[in-house]
Design a protein around this ligand. Structure first.
Ligand code: NOJ
Length: 585
C-alpha cells in the first residue's frame, strides 16, 4: 500500500480528548422538517410519460415508489406552473395553472394524493421575485403608465437617454429593458422575460399571499422560495461595480434589501403560520448574519435558507471569468466555509445541506472524482460528509446514482438561457473569453450539467423518454442508471438509503452539536457530533491516495460503525476516498 506523507499537523491528537468542550445538548425544539431528507425533482428532466421528450407529472407519479424506496421524506418540485419556458418554468405566466408540457391540474392532484399515500410530502417552488412577461399582470402593466397594474412591476424613466443604471442581469446584458409603448424601462434581474415584481406595492403582496394560500388549501406541504433574498431593492438604485468592462454588479443593491425581513414576517403571519409547512429560502447573497434572521429559531420568517458560499468556492479571482471558474475548489476551502456555517448557526438558526441542484454541476464531478475508478467511492464519501452534518439535507435527482457532468464539447449542446446568453456576450459579441476556455468553464460548472435526463435504465434515452429528449442524455447512461443501481446491493442508491435511514433512527445526526476536527488537514475532513453523552465521529478522505488518519485508532469497544464506503479498514489510515462514521454511545 502506497502511504502518502502525513500532511496533517494534528493527526495524532486524540480527537475525543481534544475536541472543544461545551454544552452537548441541543437547544433546538424538534420539528419534522429538521428530521426530514428532501429530494429535488427537476420535472422537465425526470420522467416523460407521453413521448414528447419533456418530463411531466404522470412521469413523476409513476416513479414515486422509487423515491419511497430511497426513503426520502419530502419532494421539492422545481416549478410546474404555466410558463413560456424562457427559464424552464422559473418564468411563470399563471400561478394557478400547470405547464401544459407537464400535464393538467388533475395530474397534479393525482401526484399529490399518490405521494401522500406513500408518506411523501410535496414542496412547491415559489417564484415570486418575478413573473413571466406573459403573466396577465405584466401584460396589463406595460399597457400604460396609468394602468392599475403599472406598479406591480419596477418601472423607471431613462437616465440620459439610457438605462436607469448599469446593472447586469444574472443572465448577461442589462437588467433593464426599454419598453417602447410607454417610453420607460422595467427591471429584470434575470431574463428580459422575467420582469421583477414590485414588493413595495401591498397589492402585489396580497396577490402572492392569496396564491400561496390557494396552494396550501390544496394540501401541499411547503415552499422552496426562489431568490427570496432579492424581493426588496435598494430604493436608490445606484450603479454597481464594473468588473468585466461591460456592466455593474447589482447584487449589493438587490440582495437582502431594506424590507425583505418585514415582507417575510408578513408572509409568515398571513400565510405560513396557518399551516404546518417546510419553508426554505433560496438566499442569493446571504451572509451568516442575514441567515440568522431569515431562519431564526423563533420561527418568525423561514425554516431555513440555502446559502451559496460553498458552491461558489471554485470561483476565480479573474474578474471576467468570475462565477464560471472551472478550478476544483480545495477541500480545506470548502471545509472552512461549511464548518463556519455549522458553528455560527448553532443555537441561532437552522441550516440546509446540499452539494448540487438544478443550478449547479453534478456533485461527484465537481467535488468528488467522476473517473470510473473512483466515482462510486467518492460519491459515497461526499454523501457521508454532508449527510452527517447538522441541517436538513437535500438530494438532487440522480445524485443518488452518482450521475456525472455532461462534459460539453460544443455550444450546440446548451439549452440553458444563462449559458446561451453568456456565450453570446463573452465569446461572440465581445470576444472577452475564448471559446475553448468558455467550453471548459461550462463543462465544469454550467447548469445544463445537472439538467440532462434522469438515467432510469440502459434502454434508448436512458428510459427517460420514447421520443427525442429536450436535452441530450449523458452517454454514460448504459452503466449509470437506476435499474443497475437497484440491482447492486453496494450501489450509491443503497448507500443514500442507509444514510437517510440512519438520520431517521439517530437523533444525534439531526440535533447533535457539530464539532470540527483535524482542521489543519489538507486531506481529511473530520468532525464530531455530540448529543448528551453520545458522540458521532465522522472522517472522510477527500483524495485518491491512502492518507494517515488516527481518529478511529482509540475508539472504545462500545463504538458502533454506522456507515462506511469500504469493506474493511486499515488501522491508522483512511483508504482513497474512504468515509467512516462511528457512534460512541
Ligand atoms: C434561481 C433558480 O434556482 C434558477 O434556476 C432560476 O434561473 C433563477 N432563480 C431565476 O428564477
Amino acid at each position: 500500500m502506497n502511504h502518502t506523507p502525513i500532511d496533517n499537523a494534528r493527526i495524532d491528537r486524540a480527537p475525543i480528548d481534544n475536541a472543544p468542550t461545551g454544552s452537548t445538548t441541543s437547544p433546538e425544539p424538534r420539528a419534522w422538517w429538521k428530521e426530514a431528507v428532501i429530494y429535488q425533482i427537476y420535472p422537465r428532466s425526470f420522467a416523460d410519460s407521453n413521448g414528447d421528450g419533456i418530463g411531466d407529472l404522470p412521469g413523476i407519479t409513476a416513479h414515486l415508489p422509487y423515491l419511497a424506496k430511497l426513503g426520502v421524506d419530502v419532494l421539492w418540485l422545481s416549478p410546474v406552473y404555466q410558463s413560456p419556458n424562457d427559464d424552464n418554468g422559473y418564468d411563470i405566466s399563471d400561478y394557478r395553472a400547470i405547464m401544459k408540457e407537464f400535464g393538467t391540474m388533475a395530474d397534479f392532484d393525482e401526484m399529490l394524493e399518490t405521494a401522500h399515500g406513500l408518506g411523501l410530502k410535496i414542496v412547491m417552488d415559489l417564484v415570486v421575485n418575478h413573473t413571466s412577461d406573459e403573466h396577465t399582470w405584466f401584460l396589463e402593466s406595460r399597457k400604460s403608465r396609468e394602468n392599475p397594474f403599472r406598479d406591480y412591476y419596477i418601472w423607471k424613466d431613462p437616465k440620459d437617454g439610457k438605462a436607469p443604471n448599469n446593472w447586469q442581469s444574472s443572465f448577461s446584458g442589462s437588467a433593464w429593458e426599454f419598453d417602447e409603448a410607454t417610453g420607460m424601462y422595467y427591471l429584470h434581474c434575470f431574463s428580459k422575460k422575467q420582469p421583477d415584481l414590485n414588493w413595495e406595492n401591498p397589492k402585489v403582496r396580497n396577490e402572492v399571499f392569496d396564491m400561496m394560500t390557494w396552494w396550501c388549501e390544496k394540501g401541499i406541504d411547503g415552499f422552496r422560495m426562489d431568490v427570496i433574498s432579492m424581493i426588496s431593492k435598494d430604493p436608490a438604485f445606484p450603479d454597481g461595480e464594473v468588473t468585466d468592462g461591460l456592466y455593474g454588479d447589482m447584487s449589493p443593491y438587490v440582495c437582502n434589501g431594506p424590507h425583505v425581513h418585514e415582507y417575510l414576517q408578513e408572509m409568515r403571519s398571513r400565510v405560513l403560520s396557518r399551516y404546518d409547512l417546510l419553508t426554505v429560502g433560496e438566499a442569493a447573497g446571504v451572509t451568516i448574519d442575514e441567515a440568522k434572521k431569515y431562519a431564526n429559531l423563533d420561527g418568525t420568517e423561514l425554516n431555513m435558507v440555502f446559502h451559496f458560499e460553498h458552491v461558489n468556492a471554485g470561483e476565480t479571482a479573474d474578474t471576467v471569468l468570475g462565477k464560471w471558474g472551472y478550478e476544483k475548489p480545495s477541500m480545506p476551502r470548502l471545509r472552512s466555509i461549511l464548518n463556519k456555517w455549522q458553528l455560527e448557526l448553532e443555537g441561532q438558526a437552522w441550516g440546509s445541506l446540499y452539494w448540487d441542484n438544478h443550478d449547479q454541476p453534478r456533485a461527484v464531478s465537481r467535488f468528488g472524482d467522476d473517473s470510473p475508478q473512483w466515482r462510486v467511492r467518492s460519491a459515497k464519501m461526499l454523501a457521508t460528509c454532508l449527510h452527517l452534518m447538522k441541517g436538513t439535507p437535500y438530494i438532487y435527482q440522480g445524485e443518488e446514482l452518482g450521475m456525472t457532468n455532461l462534459h460539453f464539447t460544443s455550444p450546440q449542446q446548451f439549452r440553458d438561457i444563462e449559458e446561451i446568453n453568456a456565450w453570446k456576450q463573452y465569446v461572440v459579441d465581445n470576444q472577452i473569453i475564448d471559446p475553448d476556455t468558455m467550453l471548459k468553464c461550462f463543462s465544469a460548472v454550467a447548469r445544463d450539467n445537472s439538467r440532462t435526463p434522469m438515467q432510469w435504465d440502459a434502454s434508448t434515452c436512458a428510459g427517460f423518454t420514447t421520443g427525442t429528449p429536450w436535452i441530450p442524455v449523458n452517454e454514460n447512461y448504459t452503466e449509470i442508471n437506476a435499474e443497475a443501481a437497484l440491482a447492486d446491493p453496494d450501489s450509491i442508491f443503497y448507500y443514500y438509503q442507509k444514510l437517510i435511514r440512519l438520520r431517521h433512527e439517530n437523533p444525534i445526526i439531526v440535533y447533535g452539536r457539530f464539532v470540527p476536527l483535524l482542521e489543519d488537514s489538507n486531506t481529511i475532513y473530520a468532525y464530531e457530533r455530540r448529543l448528551e453523552d453520545s458522540r458521532l465521529l465522522v472522517a472522510c478522505n477527500w483524495t485518491p491516495q491512502t492518507r494517515e488518519c488516527r481518529i478511529f485508532d482509540s475508539i472504545p469497544e462500545t463504538g458502533t460503525e454506522l456507515i462506511s464506503n469500504v469493506a474493511s479498514h486499515e488501522k491508522g489510515v483512511l483508504q482513497p476516498y474512504e468515509a467512516r462514521a462511528v457512534l460512541l454511545p
